[in-house]
Design a protein around this ligand. Structure first.
Ligand SMILES: Nc1ncnc2c1ncn2[C@@H]1O[C@H](COP(=O)(O)OP(=O)(O)OP(=O)(O)O)[C@@H](O)[C@H]1O
Ligand SMILES: [Mg+2]
Length: 181
C-alpha cells in the first residue's frame, strides 16, 4: 500500500443523465482533499481518445468497457482511487471487469446510480433524450437500447432522492467499510 492509501476502482453505472459524472467529480474532490491519489475516467473523454472510432452497438460498447476496465485496473493497482462514471449497460461486460480486478487482487466496487429514466429524460444534460424522441438518434440506453440494471451492486444510490454530497458521502462510506481508503 502506498502512502496515499490503497487503490481501488469505483465504477458508477447508470442511465444517461443519472448523475454519474456529477457524483464522481464530487467524490474525487473529497478524496483528493484527503490526500488520496485520484483519477476520473469519464465516458465522454474516453470515447474521444482511448475508444475513438467505437460506436454504440453491443460489441463496441463492450470493447469500450473492457478498455476502460483495463486502464482502471492498471491505475488502481498503483494506488490510485479510480472513479469510472461510465454507463456500461451490459451485465456481462461489468462482470468481466470485476473478475479481472478480483483476479489481480485489486479493489473494485460497483455503484448503481439508480435515477429513474423519467427523471433522467427530464434533466437531459446532453439533449439525447430529446433527440431520440424527435427521431434524430437511435440506440439510447434505457430508452431504445438495453440497460441491464445491476442485480447486486455493492451500492445502489437513489440519486434523485438525495443531494450530490449525500451520494458522494455514501460511496465514501462504502469505501471506508470495505477497507479501501
Ligand atoms: N441529486 C442529484 N445527484 C446527481 N446529479 C443531480 C442531482 N440533482 C440534479 N443533478 C443534475 O443532474 C445532472 C446529471 O448529469 P451527469 O452529467 O452527472 O450525468 P451522467 O450520469 O454522467 O450522464 P452521461 O451518461 O450522459 O454522462 C447534472 O446536471 C446534475 O447537476
Ligand atoms: Mg457522464
Amino acid at each position: 500500500m502506498s502512502e496515499h492509501g490503497q487503490g481501488a476502482t469505483i465504477w458508477l453505472t447508470g442511465l444517461p443523465s443519472a448523475g454519474k459524472t456529477t457524483i464522481a467529480r464530487a467524490l474525487a474532490r473529497r478524496l483528493a482533499e484527503e490526500g488520496h491519489r485520484v483519477e476520473v475516467l469519464d465516458g465522454d473523454e474516453i470515447r474521444e481518445f482511448l475508444s475513438a472510432g467505437l460506436g454504440f452497438g453491443r460489441e463496441d460498447r463492450d470493447t469500450n468497457v473492457q478498455r476502460i476496465g483495463f486502464v482502471a485496473e492498471l491505475l488502481s493497482s498503483h494506488g490510485v482511487k479510480t472513479l469510472v462514471p461510465v454507463i456500461a449497460p451490459y451485465a456481462d461486460s461489468r462482470e468481466a471487469v470485476r473478475k479481472r480486478h478480483q483476479a489481480a487482487g485489486t479493489g473494485y466496487v460497483e455503484i448503481h446510480v439508480a435515477t429513474p429514466v423519467e427523471v433522467c429524460s427530464e434533466r437531459d444534460v446532453k439533449g439525447l433524450y430529446a433527440k431520440q424522441a424527435a427521431g434524430q438518434l437511435t440506440g439510447l440506453t434505457g430508452v431504445d437500447d438495453p440497460y441491464e440494471e445491476p442485480v447486486e451492486p455493492d451500492l445502489r444510490i437513489a440519486a434523485h432522492e438525495q443531494s450530490v454530497a449525500e451520494s458522494a458521502d455514501a460511496v465514501h462510506a462504502l469505501l471506508a467499510a470495505r477497507g479501501l481508503l
